[in-house]
Design a protein around this ligand. Structure first.
Ligand SMILES: NC(=O)c1ccc[n+]([C@@H]2O[C@H](COP(=O)([O-])OP(=O)(O)OC[C@H]3O[C@@H](n4cnc5c(N)ncnc54)[C@H](OP(=O)(O)O)[C@@H]3O)[C@@H](O)[C@H]2O)c1
Length: 267
C-alpha cells in the first residue's frame, strides 16, 4: 500500500523545540505514525506535557531538557542517548527563533547577532555532528531542518535570523550531498504559522489582517501543515528526495517579488 510509505513504525525520532508550537505537533504527529520520540528543549515541564501526549498514543517518549546553544549540553544529550538507543532514524532540527537578534542594525550588536545564529544555525550543525554515529546506524536516516520564509524574503530588523536561516538552507544542501546515500537531509521553510511565537500577530486583529493579505491561501498556516510536510520528508515516502527546501507558506514563495512588494505597500 502507498500509505505504508508514510509509516514510522519502529523508528526513533528526535525533535528539538518539541515543547510547544511546530515542534510539539511534529512530535505527536510522528508518534501517531508509530515513532518513539526523543523530546528536546529547555523547559522540562513543556516537554513532559508533550511526552504525556506521545505516551497516550502508545509510543515511548524520552524527555531531554537541553539548551542547544551550549555545546557541552549537546554532548551530554548525545552521551545519554547512546545509552538508551542503538540508532536514530529521524532528526528534526526545529528549535529556533529571531530571539535576541531581532532589531535594527543600530541596536543589534555582534553578540546578539551571534546568539541568533547559535540557536537557528550552529545548534543544528552541532547536533548533526555529534549525532552522526547514531544517524549512521539505521539503513536510511532522515534529517529535517526547519528553516523559514525569512531565508529568502527580505524584511527589516531580521538580518541575523534571515542570515541564520539562509545558512541553514545551504547547509542542508551541502550535507545532503556529503551524507548521501545513507542519510537524506531536507528542509522546510514555513511561512507565518500559528504558534506561541506568533501570538503577537494572532492577538492583534490589524496585524493579522496585514499578514494574511500577502498570503495567497488567505490564512495563517497551522502546525498540522508543517507536521504533514515533516512527515513526508522524514518517511520513506520521500526516499528519492534530498537537499530540498520545501516551502510551506500558503503560496507566498510563488509570488513574484513585485507582488509581495505591492501587497506590503497596501498594509
Ligand atoms: N511560527 C512561525 O510562523 C514560523 C515561521 C517560520 C519559521 N519558523 C521556525 O519554526 C521553528 C519553530 O517555531 P515555533 O513558532 O514553533 O516556535 P515556538 O512556539 O517559540 O517554539 C520554539 C521551541 O524551541 C525551543 N527552544 C528555543 N530556544 C531553545 C534553545 N536554546 N535550546 C533548546 N530549545 C530551544 C523552545 O523551548 P524552550 O524555550 O523551552 O527552550 C520551544 O519548544 C523555529 O525554528 C522557527 O524559526 C516558525
Amino acid at each position: 500500500m502507498l500509505t505504508d510509505f508514510f509509516s514510522l513504525n519502529g523508528k526513533a525520532a528526535l525533535v528539538t523545540g518539541a515543547g510547544k508550537g511546530i515542534g510539539a505537533r511534529i512530535a505527536t504527529a510522528f508518534a501517531e505514525m508509530g515513532a518513539d520520540i526523543i523530546l528536546v528543549a529547555r523547559t522540562e515541564a513543556d516537554l513532559e506535557r508533550v511526552a504525556s501526549d506521545v505516551r497516550d498514543l502508545g509510543q515511548n517518549a524520552y524527555v531531554y531538557p537541553c539548551d542547544l546553544t551550549d555545546e557541552s549540553q549537546i554532548k551530554g544529550l548525545v552521551a545519554s542517548l547512546q545509552k538508551e538507543i542503538e540508532g536514530l532514524d529521524i532528526l528534526v532540527n526545529n528549535a529556533g527563533a529571531p530571539g535576541k537578534g531581532y532589531g535594527s542594525l543600530a541596536t543589534v550588536d555582534k553578540r546578539r547577532f551571534e546568539h541568533t545564529l547559535d540557536i537557528n544555525l550552529s545548534a543544528a550543525y552541532s547536533l548533526i555532528h555529534h549525532m552522526l554515529p547514531l544517524l549512521q546506524s539505521p539503513k536510511q536516516a532522515s534529517i529535517v531542518n526547519i528553516s523559514s520564509a525569512m531565508s529568502w524574503m527580505v524584511d527589516s530588523q531580521m538580518a541575523a535570523y534571515a542570515a541564520a536561516k539562509a545558512g541553514l538552507d545551504q547547509m542542508t544542501r551541502v550535507l545532503a550531498y556529503e551524507l548521501s546515500p545513507d542519510i537524506r537531509v531536507n528542509g522546510i521553510a514555513p511561512g507565518a504559522i500559528e504558534t506561541p511565537a506568533t501570538a503577537f500577530i494572532t492577538q492583534d486583529p490589524q496585524r493579522l489582517e496585514e499578514t494574511v493579505r500577502w498570503i495567497p491561501q488567505g490564512r495563517l498556516g497551522q502546525t498540522d501543515d508543517i507536521a504533514l510536510a515533516a512527515l513526508y520528508l522524514a518517511s520513506s515516502a520521500s526516499g528519492f528526495v534530498s537537499g530540498k527546501i520545501l516551502e510551506v507558506d500558503g503560496g507566498m514563495a510563488a509570488l513574484p517579488g513585485s507582488a509581495i512588494q505591492s501587497r506590503l505597500q497596501k498594509s
